[in-house]
Design a protein around this ligand. Structure first.
Ligand SMILES: Nc1ncnc2c1ncn2[C@@H]1O[C@H](COP(=O)(O)OP(=O)(O)O)[C@@H](O)[C@H]1O
Ligand SMILES: [Mg+2]
Length: 293
């Protein structure tokens, strides 16, 4: 197969370069041809005279499959409108990229999530009423987690105490969309990352962080492989399937009595730390899945 791998030009994160390099090497070792592109190298072109086209410097044959390691949903959709197969799909990436959309999409699924309130849309120069923060704290409790709808590596996730603090922090976000969740105290500094390809759980790690309520590896969390309970496996798989993902990393929180609660689902999952902790060839599983589709 001729596989293209797309990443974002503006995101200068070494981990993502390494991850794309690894995917590329694994695909080549399995006999595929691979081309890697930054999203700004491919110009989606529309005109009345032709079907959706690409304008690009390099002349290469069209892909049989596109591994989309970016969140440039419009570019992913452009591939799809040309009939090309994109992994993950633009729809799945779009839903996972925005934590508010994800909550809304899973709303009728009986998947347990932290009690969540989506913040209202704010226009430029506008602001929220202080009363809003008081109502939210009244519903969710004194301690809450404020999350920007778009965020990764735990960087846009904030722990907040009380209405005044919530109002201050959310005002700083300005027009950026966000959600507020109850703080799941039983999960402080720990969560589970479940790694899934196709319809199968490939493996899971427990992430623990002694110095922060967020368990993300980038913030100092340590990962060690764990066996999932049936409930944890079932919840992660259900969320993965509902969101229409080909591969994903599902974050689960620990509720009371270790009851699993869905934290979020990642479409562009950073699997390098999982591979390191588990010795499992996640990249190989992705390439095999794409070959089988
Ligand atoms: N409602 C919550 N209660 C307690 N801890 C949480 C909650 N939501 C997230 N966390 C912690 O914060 C981390 C980052 O949150 P997450 O929603 O996964 O954002 P990101 O996309 O940045 O990883 C989680 O891995 C978890 O450890
Ligand atoms: Mg996360």
């Amino acid at each position: 197969m001729n596989i293209w791998i797309i990443k974002n030009a503006s995101l200068k994160i070494e981990k993502i370069d390494k991850l794309v390099e690894r995917l590329s090497k694994v695909a080549i070792s399995k006999g595929h041809e691979v081309e890697c592109f930054n999203n700004d190298e491919i110009l989606p072109f529309y005109s009345a005279k032709s079907s959706p086209a690409f304008v690009m410097k390099r002349r290469v044959p069209s892909p049989d499959a596109v591994i989309f390691w970016d969140k440039d949903v419009l570019l992913a959709r452009h591939f799809e409108s040309r009939g090309e197969r994109v992994f993950n799909s633009s729809k799945a990436i779009e839903l996972c990229d925005n934590k508010a959309h994800m909550m809304n999409f899973l709303a009728n699924s009986d998947i347990r999530v932290p009690r969540t309130i989506v913040a209202p849309k704010i226009f430029e120069g506008g602001s929220l009423a202080e009363e809003w923060a008081r109502v939210v704290i009244g519903i969710l409790g004194e301690e809450v987690v404020l999350k920007e709808a778009y965020g990764s590596f735990g960087m846009q996730v904030y722990r907040v105490r009380g209405a005044e603090d919530l109002y201050k922090k959310i005002s700083i976000l300005g027009m950026r969309p966000s959600i507020v969740q109850e703080y799941i105290a039983s999960s402080r500094g720990r969560d589970i990352r479940v790694n899934i390809v196709g319809d199968e759980v490939v493996g899971a790690v427990l992430r623990e962080n002694d110095s922060d309520f967020r368990a993300n590896i980038s913030l100092g969390g340590r990962a060690k492989p764990i066996e999932l309970s049936d409930k944890q496996r079932d919840l992660a798989l259900r969320a993965h399937r509902l969101l229409g993902l080909d591969f994903s990393g599902v974050d689960l929180l620990f509720g009371e009595n270790d009851e699993p609660i869905l934290c979020e689902v990642n479409s562009n999952v950073n699997f390098l730390s999982f591979e390191q902790a588990s010795g499992i060839d996640f990249a190989g599983r992705i390439i095999d899945h794409i070959s089988d589709c």
